[in-house]
Design a binder for this molecule. Structure first.
Ligand SMILES: [Fe+2]
Length: 191
């Protein structure tokens, strides 16, 4: 774990301890994340490992008690996630490459079965140095694509242990929801 990542973990811990609205917490986390993206030693080689055949989310830190988690997300050229949610807030900072972020508006409450109407609500490109709030509990549905000719690498911070939060995929045509669970890749690298 790099010194700068250790410091960042301490800073996020303090931000989460102080608390506030999700908008306030994500704004503070984004500000701290923005200040460290140009550190070339931020991630270790292990944290940058890529698994074959799918997008990778390497565990960097799970806060004891599960109040937040940090991972390195690596999407290879051309890879695209399903439309999905997180069940919590999230902040992403891009280290390398370009990520296309498509947001969707969900009409109605978050139900774990059935169908719900989702409509596109905007898209943007995020590139190295960009930091953004990918989600808050009430604006939580998106799809992510690697939009560069190199893998896109980002630091992801979530308001819980993403592997323990029940999550949903959405069929963008029918609105059908399907529960899924995130696994951390290369979790063993987290000390
Ligand atoms: Fe996501």
């Amino acid at each position: 774990m790099s010194d700068s990542m250790e410091r960042f973990i301490d800073e996020v811990r303090e931000i989460v301890r102080v608390g506030g609205t999700e908008e306030e917490v994500t704004a503070k986390v984004a500000e701290r994340l923005k200040g460290m993206l140009d550190d070339p030693g931020l991630l270790s080689d292990d944290q940058l490992m890529v698994k074959e055949g799918g997008f990778t989310l390497n565990q960097i830190h799970i806060e004891p008690g599960g109040s937040f988690s940090i991972g390195a997300g690596i999407w290879d050229v051309g890879q695209c996630t399903p439309v999905h949610d997180h069940g919590t807030w999230g902040v992403i900072g891009i280290l390398r490459g370009t990520e296309k972020e498509e947001s969707f508006h969900r009409k109605g409450p978050r139900e774990m079965t059935g169908r719900v109407k989702i409509t596109p609500s905007g898209s943007r490109l995020a590139t190295a140095g960009d930091v953004f709030t990918c989600c808050t509990t009430d604006r939580d549905v998106h799809r992510v694509t690697c939009a560069s000719n190199e893998p896109v690498v980002g630091i992801h911070v979530y308001g819980g242990d993403l592997a323990k939060i029940p999550r949903l995929k959405y069929d963008p045509d029918t609105g059908e929801v399907a529960p899924f669970q995130t696994g951390w890749d290369y979790a063993k690298v987290s000390a």
